[in-house]
Design a protein around this ligand. Structure first.
Ligand code: XMP
Length: 513
């Protein structure tokens, strides 16, 4: 496996992506964690130093341990990684005075082409993405220059006798269009054959889970979302009946959702699932609550109480399984600036593990979302399940602005089901990040047949997004919208007006509350 030492670059994750695309298994670790002992244990077959915002000329700036250069494995330094490498190996770095380079640049090759650059230069120059203030002024002994750009005379350098490579630009970003070739050459010369597959990951993950858990019992809060579903399926494969899932039904789920999730995991996948029917508790406590934050807090608090109540009945439970993903881990590393990587993983069931004295099992923490989907597929979860739109923990509560009543929830469920059916029928489901109906706290006047109606208005929402952080509304055709409005009003008693929400995020959010 390959080790990426993270010096805090915004794009370190992309290095991991590029390598995974080449079927090479790699892990990112923040430089603070990489000690001599860590390196010995990890035993990487190759190492990459990421970029980073610091200047190697500042006191206390990040460094890898010197012993990394004695491992005898290929090393690739990128941007800050290049500079740190040069400085530690006896070269010299200078502050940029008018020589900073940000953005597109062109590198031209020098001397003979080396293995790292095989097939890379399509013409006599290659577009790259630069983002640096300091620059290397003198390369370290043993290194030679293999590519230059107007402001970076040492754009590509290498010590071929040791397989150390150092580049000033970022090969991992989109604006270095052929950057993947560099990574491919690097991993080939490090001896990776590109045989890392989801099947291999599954085997490895199962082995690790068994090692961690032993014969202890594990509990898992199953929501029916992709992450917790894949985590549960994997855990089940690893420890079988030692796993118990708790599915909390808070009465704020979509039409037939609870039955579908429970049936699928209990009957189809043979998991031990406790279906916690706590609709009355949640809806009771939410009665009369219309403030969005109070709703969220109430639901969060009750969720923990309920989960704990059921978990307490499982004798000998020592582990809590969570579907924490890689981006969550990285985000919390960069925000906390240190090894306290658990901040966000507690987020879903806030504080539960400490409160209950449970240890965490997080078998997906090395995976990206699309890899989790691939793993789910590998584990035999149906495609319709793996491709589902995200659904928020507080459920329909935040799609029902104002006071929540059973009547409104009933109407909302029906309208939502018609809307999603329309989207599926038109083959649009997979193009959309998330789609749902919100029931509005207003009634409006309408006319149906010969009669007057006075019913709820609803809003349809559909957005495209990459990560949920920003989003744009989905450009349905007017025909689609018209047909959907007609169906909802005809099929759902209680709604007589349909609107389409065309707000992007920002300034709106995806959910209404
Ligand atoms: P917003 O509304 O903030 O939503 O634009 C962004 C994404 O996050 C989901 N979301 C949640 N997911 N618990 C969750 O698990 C929550 O409390 C929660 N609130 C919002 C939302 O559905 C969208 O995908």
């Amino acid at each position: 496996r390959l080790l990426i030492i993270d010096f805090g670059s915004q794009v370190t994750q992309l290095i991991a992506r590029r390598l995974r695309e080449l079927n090479v298994y790699c892990e990112i670790h923040p430089y603070q964690n990489v000690t001599d002992a860590f390196l010995r244990d990890f035993a990487p077959k190759a190492v990459i130093f990421s970029g980073g915002p610091a200047s190697v000329l500042d006191e206390g700036s990040p460094r890898p341990p010197q012993s990394v250069f004695d491992l005898g494995v290929p090393i690739l330094g990128i941007c800050y990684g290049q500079q740190v490498m040069m400085q530690m190996l006896g070269g010299r770095v200078e502050r940029g005075h008018g020589t900073a380079e940000f953005g597109r640049a062109y590198v031209t090759p020098e001397e003979d082409r080396i293995d790292l650059l095989k097939g890379w230069f399509t013409e006599n120059r290659e577009q790259v993405w630069m983002s640096h203030g300091d620059h290397v002024a003198e390369i370290a002994p043993g290194f030679a220059v293999y590519g230059t750009s107007p402001n970076a005379p040492f754009a590509i350098t290498a010590d071929l006798s040791r397989n150390f490579f150092a580049v000033q630009f970022h090969p991992e970003v989109h604006h270095t269009p052929n950057g993947k070739t560099l990574y491919e050459n690097f991993v080939r010369l490090a001896g990776f054959t590109g045989d890392w597959t989801m099947g291999a990951y599954r085997e490895e993950a199962i082995r690790k889970i068994r090692e961690q858990v032993g014969d202890a019992k594990v509990i898992c809060a199953l929501s029916g979302g992709v992450d917790s579903s894949v985590a549960a399926a994997l855990l089940h494969e690893a420890v079988g009946d030692q796993l118990t899932c708790v599915f909390v039904d808070h009465g704020l789920l979509r039409l037939n959702e609870a039955d579908e999730v429970v049936a699928m995991f209990r009957d189809h996948m043979n998991l031990h699932v406790i279906h916690a029917q706590e609709q009355d508790l949640f809806l009771g406590e939410l009665e009369g609550v219309s403030d969005p934050e109070t709703k969220r807090k109430t639901i969060g608090r009750l969720f923990i109480d309920v989960f704990q109540k059921y978990a307490d009945q499982i004798e000998g439970a020592r582990f809590l399984a969570q579907g924490t993903l890689y981006p969550d881990v990285i985000e919390s590393v960069s925000f906390s600036g240190g090894p306290s990587v658990t901040i966000k993983s507690h987020h879903n069931v806030g504080g539960l593990p400490e409160k209950m004295g449970l240890k965490l099992v997080e078998p997906l923490r090395e995976l990206f979302k699309d890899e989790v989907r691939a793993l789910g597929h590998e584990l035999g979860l149906p495609a319709s399940f793996i491709g589902r739109h995200p659904f928020p923990g507080p459920g329909l509560a935040i799609r029902c602005p104002g006071e929540i009543t059973r009547e409104k929830l009933e109407i909302l469920r029906k309208a939502d089901a018609v809307y999603i059916d329309q989207i599926r029928k038109h083959g649009l489901y997979d193009e959309i990040w998330q789609a749902f109906v919100a029931i509005l706290p207003v009634r409006t006047v309408g006319v149906m047949g010969d009669g007057r109606t006075y019913d709820y208005a609803c809003a349809l929402r559909a957005v495209t997004s990459v990560d949920g952080m920003t989003a744009d509304y989905y450009p349905f055709t007017h025909d689609f919208l018209g047909e959907t409005a007609t169906r909802i009003i005809n099929e759902v008693k209680g709604i007589n007006r349909v609107t389409y929400d065309i707000t992007s995020k920002p300034p709106g959010t995806i959910e209404w509350e």
